[in-house]
Design a protein around this ligand. Sequence first.
Ligand SMILES: [Zn+2]
Length: 353
Amino acid sequence: MGIAQGRFVIDAHVHNQRHALNWKGRGVQPDYVSLAKFRAESEPYDNSPRLLFDMERYKVDMCVVMAQSGGTDELTAETVKKYPDRFVGKCSGTAYRKKVNRGEVEWSIEGLCKELDELLSTGLFRAGIGEGMPGGNPGRDPNKVPDWGERFADICQIMEVARKHKTTVGWHTGGSSGYAGARGQLGSRAFGEGGNPLLAHDVAAAYPDVPLILTHAGVDGWWGERTYELCLEVAAAHPNVYLETGQWWPELYEKPLRDPNIGIERLLWATDWGAAHPMQWWPGSYPTTYFDQSRKEGIPAHIPDIFGHSLRWMDKLDIPQDDLNLILGGNAVRLYKIEDKVPHTRFFKQFLR
Ligand SMILES: [Zn+2]
């Protein structure tokens, strides 16, 4: 490295919000279950000074920023307003969810969609809805498998909002093993949409004109390739499905690049910067390195250097620079219609037709 890895680099999945949870003050031993709970109850702060430092260091020109669990769309909007040349936003209806959690309103899909519609109308969330498909009623029993027919009907309403605004929707896939979510608090891993990307087939087929982004493309940390394979299956079947690649080790690029029904145009470099995924290391084995939390080590207090590591993986791809430029930014520019953010035209591969 040393030079920029691409002509105009965009990270399509970044969290600039962070929570100061004061574990010592609470007198609680930090663990991933309490982390999820405390984050949901606390207000996030803007961590973009650290993010901007890393962007400068690794020559990342822009980031798509969005709230993580416990984060807020309001803070995303503020950050995008403050740095319009560095950030574009995604929203997920966080204020509505908080109102429901406080018991101020009763959850309905119409209420959530109204908020999404209003947020997208501000022009501050040009990258669409995400990072994943906004969830169902937060008050529902997390140990009960949601009925797919009912959930599909709700998802269709979210897709209608995206269609109206001609924007994208995320679908979360994969899962790291350290976080509390890995133990089922976010719904069934075996039957729910989080663990089964094949359910995205139905949604992609019903809305062929709405881009559906498979967040993490099956690799949200961990070394397994099962959900990655399922994501490739969905992407190969539907031209409107895109894959986030930031946590892919180099070998994982091979199959989608070879598959004529996927190809380079549907890959987005998207690291999940700010999500606190530390690196695991298997010297001499496969994969040599991968992101995941370790319960043995505990919650990282540092911000793992995911730009640095992910870009070193990208550096191993022996493909033409113009193609690399598509994964690293060109595809995101086209998908999010943010050509006005790029200083010049004709930077990305195109041919006279
Ligand atoms: Zn994320």
